[in-house]
Design a protein around this ligand. Structure first.
Ligand code: ADP
Length: 394
């Protein structure tokens, strides 16, 4: 079977999926990941029907970094029979100011992406390593880069800039916005399940361990809660969301913290984890009777409602609201509390539909339709990859 490989590489995990191709149809065949890279490496993969294909743990030294994880995933993938690899689609966090759509990768594209390393030093190197390896290993197989920023590149300049001297904008200090592959998938899905809403004004809340919201007008992104980096906007599992830059100055100038320590604090020790002092996982916080857990949850809900208000202003009103990603797809109590905070917009919940995790969870009389739609960033990457390799001039 002709197949596509989708690769999503982070600092401590490598996720991959295999899709079968028949014409322009895609069918998911395998989901896999190696997590705990360098600490407790574990390779797991399941077939389309959910049956386990492999579950193997390794010595920390055996899978000590991303390249060794890629080599291990490849070794296992090569043991599978019946797949003919036609292309590899890569998730790339940063497409810089230039990439408004996915790109077929050649040496020039790779150089350009490497030049964005300063804009996303934590993510870009992890994203580029698998591309370089895949190009070396399979020189004849097309590689496609799909960007988390691309979907937001149509934002108007006055929404895209910070009030800083112009030179900073020109060198790339802009409000890029992230989670674009998720929002693009949701925009497509909405066209199928709620075509009228899809043509209107929609707020999508991607609430996972990373969290952001996106304002869609006629299916196009016009505003995002994330900015120059994925630190901005909503509070997240371990990131604070919007923060007065004066706090960062205080940490450096008054507390004498080094830049790396501030970075570690903001990326790994803040957010729900920092505020609760307990956990970055919303499930733990909801199950806890510790008042700090309740505070972290209340803060998260409050900031979601506040940011939804901001995006409503950007859109001049809102017709539909969509919950997606780990918390959005699975947590009825969080959805209920956020929708309650949107009552001023005329949003009204259908509690039974919410508890059941139905696709439409608003009451019939609600002025805002509220949906729950599972996201699928990997399928979005597979679609882009197939479209690019099928284009006549590919
Ligand atoms: P990632 O950003 O890593 O892709 P996900 O979208 O998979 O994250 O979301 C993971 C998060 O979703 C977990 O950290 C957890 O907090 C949250 N989550 C998953 N299931 C539930 C649930 N039933 N209730 C509350 N939170 C949940």
């Amino acid at each position: 079977m002709d197949a596509l490989l989708v690769v999503n590489a982070g600092s401590s995990s490598l996720k991959f999926q295999v899709f079968g191709i028949a014409g322009m149809d895609l069918t998911r065949q395998i989901r896999g990941k190696i997590d705990g890279i360098g600490t407790k490496p574990r390779l797991q993969a399941t077939a389309a029907d959910g049956s386990r294909l492999i579950d193997q743990t390794y010595d920390a030294k055996a899978v000590r970094d991303l390249p060794t994880a890629i080599a291990e995933a490849r070794r296992w993938l090569l043991t599978l029979e019946g797949f003919k690899l036609r292309a590899v689609g890569h998730r790339v966090v940063h497409g810089g100011p230039d990439y408004v759509r996915p790109a077929l990768i050649d040496a020039g594209v790779l150089d350009r992406l490497a030049s964005y390393q300063d804009l996303a030093p934590l993510h870009q190197p992890n994203n580029l390593a698998p591309i370089r390896m895949a190009m070396e290993i399979n020189p004849g197989v097309p590689q496609v880069a799909c960007f988390d920023t691309a979907f937001h590149r149509g934002h108007a300049e006055h929404t895209d800039c910070y009030a800083l001297p112009r030179a900073f904008y020109d060198e790339g200090v802009r409000r890029y916005g992230f989670h674009g592959l998720s929002y693009e998938y949701i925009a497509e899905r909405l066209r199928e399940v709620a075509p009228r809403a899809a043509r209107g004004r929609v707020i999508v809340a991607h609430l996972g361990s990373g969290a952001s919201m996106c304002a869609l007008r006629e299916g196009r992104s016009v505003e995002s809660t994330m900015g120059f980096t994925a630190l901005d906007g909503l509070p997240m599992g371990t990131r604070p969301g919007q923060l007065d830059p004066g706090v960062v100055l205080y940490l450096i100038l008054q507390k004498g913290m080094k830049a790396q320590a501030v970075s570690d604090l903001l990326y790994h020790d803040a957010g729900l984890k920092g505020l609760s002092g307990l956990s970055n996982d919303m499930r733990d916080l909801l199950a806890s009777d510790d008042p700090h857990a309740a505070l972290a949850v209340a803060h998260f809900v409050y900031r979601c409602v506040l940011n939804a208000g901001m995006l409503t202003a950007a859109l001049g009103g809102v017709d539909a609201f969509v919950f997606t990603a780990g918390v959005g797809e699975n947590s009825a109590p969080i959805r209920a509390r956020i929708v309650e905070g949107l009552a001023w917009l005329g949003a009204e919940l259908d509690p039974a539909a919410n508890e059941a995790g139905a696709m439409l969870i608003s009451a019939a009389a609600s002025r805002v339709a509220v949906h729950v739609l599972p996201t699928d960033e990997e399928l979005m990457i597979a679609r882009h990859t197939l479209a690019l390799i099928s284009a006549p001039n590919a």
